[in-house]
Design a protein around this ligand. Sequence first.
Ligand SMILES: Cc1cc2nc3c(=O)[nH]c(=O)nc-3n(C[C@H](O)[C@H](O)[C@H](O)COP(=O)(O)O)c2cc1C
Length: 188
Amino acid sequence: MRKKPLHILILLGSAREDGNSTRLAFAFADAASLQGHAVQSIRVPALAIAPCDGCNRCWKPASVPCALRDDMEAVYPLLRAADVLVFATPLHFYSWSAPLKSLVDRFYCLAPSRKRTLKGKQTLLLATAADDRPAAFAGLQATYRLIAGFMGWKPLGEVLVPGVEKEGDIARSPRFLARAAALGARLR
Ligand SMILES: Cc1cc2nc3c(=O)[nH]c(=O)nc-3n(C[C@H](O)[C@H](O)[C@H](O)COP(=O)(O)O)c2cc1C
């Protein structure tokens, strides 16, 4: 029996045109596309997404999900339609990039206690760092896992690539690219 195609949304956190984390994401995306899944990626730094200002209007009954009017309005429907949310980011000061952080903060109006949520999604973390110590990812990894637990997501895996700094460095880490591709190939 043919498996059902999934909708995969990749949130690219790098501002680099051909960044290491973006290449890692595309290795995953190419393999997932070959399996017949529908993959869409968004370059988050290219969007105007303000950080959540904590106005709490989204907590009021009958209010819009988020009162802020910016590019996030176009992202919300994509998030809700996705079966799989992929976070692909460079490590910036031991966390994900600032544009990605702003986007994630805007999940506030879709928290599990709300009417509309992102519960039940599958998720994946792909990240690259200059530091050659895997422990450099500890903060990002903890943040990602706590968010996945809080949001009610099913984590599919993490590919964390140390020791890649300049654009294109990841080409010298084929085993990590292969690991990302393997995750894409076995998505169900
Ligand atoms: C603002 C900034 C902060 C960074 N912070 C870290 C860091 O905390 N730890 C680290 O190992 N690398 C750090 N890096 C290096 C990047 O994580 C690394 O070059 C990564 O591979 C870039 O991925 P990209 O090409 O997808 O943007 C930083 C780079 C920038 C520009």
